[in-house]
Design a protein around this ligand. Structure first.
Ligand code: BGC
Length: 776
């Protein structure tokens, strides 16, 4: 019995070691050759095994190891303990017939142990270089713990603040979103797949998941081709062009065809048009769910539909005895039947000739390619003794703090209330979120430790150790039913009316006794994220009431927002003198907020999303088309009779502690050919008395063409630092890449010989204007 096994082991080893160079230097052709040799030795079951990824929540990995030893799994996700990862990997490498290593996946979305600001916040920095650094750090921490593959970046354009997952992306704009998608892929993967201390990236959720009907998570999306090509697709394309090694197919129906069974999307667009060479993983149990959509008649039909559409790996829940209060939010223990279809259904389909061996091999190949590219065949294990030190690298904490500082958006600062003086004697910090080490991190933080996180209250205490700081918890913020996507939480009893009254009284008293009140309001981390959509954008619970009561005291009030989406702060925007949008800033959030409130850092972030006045305005975005009664008409009031149709804050908006002036807008030429180039330059001066960053933004508008074009489109941006009084010239090139669009008439990318407006300035309402034309 042993001899054939030994022989196979040697054969594989020879295949692997036959190349003279290490994996990182192998050419694509050499990798292909190795994979071909491997495929020749694999059974149908071993091939479909490689196409299977299982969730593993339980620390008891007996079943997972058995699967790995049998060659029945290509990957696991959610194993986060380095020792367990090595143990399960040993089962695959030592015990399976062909010794093919597993690839371990996890949602490293904005950090591993060190938590960086949530993606929407990072987008507000408009600083791709910084985002790349943050994701590089996150990748190195995760990789040292045995993770090889992250399910990020999430690049779904989101224009509806009700959608909970708006927090996981870069906001509403395809140009900004594309720049950030590229930066994240570079950060996660390094300069090639297999770069040391890096991960394989997954661009997700392909496609248009962010356009969910009514902002309801998982709901169907209806997106016309013109919006797909011009708005929703560009960030995915940018990530693919940047080399993202995998793509995740989305959960939802796209124009009535579920994304995970959508061959047009996964094959025609992704593989044929964009030349994507990596592998496609389904979202969690999304193949099985094709039966739930009413698209597949049974799991067999689901498997073949997903396979034919081009899903290389199925992410699935195995048969699980789910304990009470699990990640699924269940009260009672239950047995969940396995939801995998590939290993169950595909082998018979191959044997019956409904799937050819060539097609099967073509689907497995990219998975094996990725494992080889990552160097897993040579180095399947990690050095467990190094995991902890890598995950707690102090340089990462520092980076988390400076990243957070760059993400804050100053929404209001009447009478220059901010920055606050460090010689304040007494401060009231009010709000449940102000003392939370958990919520300040945002969602997708399963490995981070709450006790290592700096709350806002702690950050303020660190900054002003001598001041008298009174903390009042105030109005409760509570999700009425548990989130199905977080680890089990003990139930939180609802605040009684008496307690609320007492807290309100305490908040008002503290405000009266203090020089300034800092209210920390917003949403819990589980009120924003997956399965966390809302029908209202109001501050949850009685927070608004508490805010009004504290403001009524008549002393200075600063509102700090912790949240993952725009909230209805219309009242605050005209009654609270200073408002700082801090999003969910991560492990060092409290320190970074205190740095900003007390002037050790100057806020410069800008909104990556249009900020509506209320949920009723959703979806709301700046790059809408012109109408016959444009907002610029002299008598324009609103498109609604009951409220303004204009946003509370426009896209790209954000204040600073200093001021900037824009002048001398110049175009290098008045016209250009479609393949030419025009340089647009502008002088930006810091006219205040302290240094600060400005995010200079360029917008265009095509005045006529084969289709109506958005009133404005972002086509350039740069974050610059200016000392007090300093002036810099910023130059943006405009080329075909910026001026083309996908025409719904000709169904192709066009640059049309038309006139264009160009504006450069501080946000999407920039006034400094010029014009140019494209000539034939
Ligand atoms: C989410 C994905 C995530 C996956 C694995 C799904 O519910 O939609 O974004 O990567 O779970 O955790």
């Amino acid at each position: 019995m042993k001899c054939p096994r030994l022989f196979t082991q040697l054969a594989i080893l020879l295949v692997i070691l036959s190349s003279p160079v290490a994996n990182a230097q192998l050419t694509d052709a050499q990798i292909d050759q190795r994979v071909t040799k491997l495929l020749q030795q694999m059974t149908v079951e071993e091939k479909t095994g490689q196409m299977m990824q299982y969730f593993q929540f339980s620390p008891d990995t007996t079943d997972a190891e058995a699967r790995a030893a049998k060659g029945d799994a290509g990957s696991f996700l959610f194993i986060t303990d380095p020792k367990t990862i090595n143990r399960v990997q040993h089962a695959a490498v030592d015990k399976s017939r062909l010794h093919i290593p597993l690839i371990f996946g996890f949602d490293v979305i904005h950090g591993w142990r060190t938590i960086f600001p949530v993606p929407l916040a990072m987008a507000a920095s408009w600083n791709p270089k910084l985002i790349e650094q943050a994701q590089t750090a996150a990748a190195s921490e995760a990789r040292a713990s045995g993770i090889n593959w992250t399910f990020a970046p999430m690049v779904d354009i989101a224009r509806d603040a009700r959608w909970g997952r708006i927090v996981e992306g870069a906001g509403e704009d395809p140009y900004l979103g594309s720049a950030i998608a590229r930066a994240q892929v570079r950060g996660f993967q390094g300069d090639h797949i297999g770069a040391p201390n890096h991960l394989l990236a997954t661009v997700k959720h392909f496609a248009a998941y962010g356009a969910a009907d009514g902002g309801r998570d998982y709901d169907a999306t209806y997106v016309p081709d013109t919006l797909l090509w011009n708005v929703y697709f560009p960030p995915y394309k940018a990530a693919v062009d940047a080399g993202a090694g995998s793509v995740m197919s989305a959960y939802q129906d796209l124009n009535d065809v579920p994304a995970t069974g959508n061959r047009w999307l996964l094959h025609d667009v992704l593989r044929s048009t964009w030349n994507f060479k990596g592998f496609i993983v389904s979202d969690a149990s999304a193949v099985y769910s094709l039966t739930i959509h009413g698209f597949a008649r049974d799991p067999n039909d689901a498997a073949i539909k997903a396979f034919n559409a081009g899903v290389n790996m199925e992410m699935a829940f195995p048969n699980m005895n789910v304990p009470a209060n699990s990640i699924f939010g269940n009260k009672e223990a239950f047995n969940m039947p396995a939801q995998q279809t590939y290993t169950k259904e595909l082998p018979a389909l191959v044997k019956a000739g409904r799937i050819s061996t060539a097609d099967l091999d073509a689907m497995v190949r990219p998975v094996l390619n990725a494992k080889m590219n990552l160097g897993l065949f040579e180095n399947p294990y990690i050095d467990e003794s190094k995991s902890e030190a890598a995950a707690t690298d102090p340089a990462h904490r520092q980076l988390a703090r400076s990243t957070a500082q760059q993400t804050f958006v100053l929404l209001r600062n009447e009478g220059k209330l901010l920055p606050l003086s460090k010689s304040l004697k007494s401060i009231a910090v009010i709000g449940q979120l102000g003392d939370s080490q958990k919520d300040i991190m945002g969602s997708w933080v399963f490995v981070a430790k709450e006790e290592e996180t700096i709350s806002v209250l702690q950050g303020i205490k660190n900054k002003l150790p001598g001041a008298q700081i009174t903390y009042v918890r105030g109005a409760q913020v509570r999700r009425p039913f548990p989130s199905p996507v977080e680890m089990p939480q003990p139930p939180v009893p609802e605040q009684t009316e008496a307690d609320l009254q007492q807290q309100m009284t305490d908040a008002v008293d503290a405000a009266k006794r203090s020089d300034v009140s800092i209210l920390v309001l917003g949403e819990l981390q589980n009120e924003s994220g997956e399965a966390a959509s809302r029908s209202s954008l109001d501050l949850p619970g009685a927070q608004q009431k508490m805010l009004e009561a504290v403001v009524a005291v008549g002393k200075p009030v600063v509102l700090v927002l912790l949240n993952g989406r725009p909230l209805n702060i219309s009242w605050a925007a005209s009654h609270v003198p200073a408002i700082l949008e801090a999003w969910y800033p991560g492990s060092e959030g409290g320190n970074a907020i205190a740095d900003t409130l007390f002037g050790d850092s100057t806020p410069a972030g800008k909104l990556p999303i249009t900020w509506p006045r209320s949920a009723g305005q959703s979806p709301l975005y700046y790059a809408h088309n012109l109408t016959q009664a444009p907002e610029t008409a002299p008598d324009f009031k609103s498109r609604y009779w009951d409220d303004s149709s204009l946003p509370l804050f426009p896209f790209g908006f954000g204040l600073s502690y200093t001021n900037f002036a824009f002048s001398n807008l110049k175009l290098s030429a008045p016209t250009m050919k479609a393949d030419g180039k025009i340089d647009v330059s502008i002088d930006v001066q810091n006219t205040g008395d302290r240094a600060g960053d400005e995010i200079v933004q360029l917008y265009i508008h095509q005045q006529a063409g084969s289709a109506s074009r958005p009133v404005r489109q972002l086509k350039g941006f740069e974050r610059i630092t200016l000392a007090a009084g300093e002036k810099k010239t910023v130059t943006f090139p405009l080329t075909r890449a910026e001026l083309q669009y996908w025409s719904p008439q000709s169904k192709q990318w066009v640059v049309e010989p038309e006139k264009f407006d160009v504006w450069v300035g501080e946000d999407s309402t920039a006034k400094t204007h010029a014009e140019f034309a494209i000539t034939k």
